[in-house]
Design a protein around this ligand. Sequence first.
Ligand SMILES: [Zn+2]
Length: 186
Amino acid sequence: MVDIFKEVRERLNMEDVARHYGHKPNRAGFIRCPFHQGDRTASLKLYPGGRGWHCFGCNQGGSVIDFVALDLGLSPLDAVKRLNMDFALGLPIDRRQTPAERREAEQAAQRRREVADTYRAFDQWRTDTINKLNACFREAHLLQISSLDRLTEREALALPKPSRASKVKQSAPTWLASCWGAARQS
Ligand SMILES: [Zn+2]
């Protein structure tokens, strides 16, 4: 048995639906609210990914189905039927699902799971990469410090000594960097 309400919520994009019924989302995904009077500032936000909508003016909100039901004056079930027809979703309403439709629905669900898994894997990879890079920076930093510690007496004497004036002018990191440059050349 398919949950047709869930299918409709997951398969339709809130912005596409609003556009289809004559609303004009701005770049931030807001429209003028059709459910309260005089909304000149576009207070109704359309959310991506099946998260529906919310009006910051009249505080109403809900799913894509609630939007169409309110907008067209339909019951939730009639809104589902209307969306099923207008967006050619092929959902079995008022009849049994055919085997082909069931396969199609299962494949669509599988694709959604794969997309979600891919996103999670990418997120994990990004976190791992950032952690590895941070570890590299830490190691490079430690290596630099320990190399300075391991200078021979001659190498240490060869380092440019900051004069009183340059001590004032140069910040510590700049002086360290010039020392490091001299140490590497010698
Ligand atoms: Zn409103």
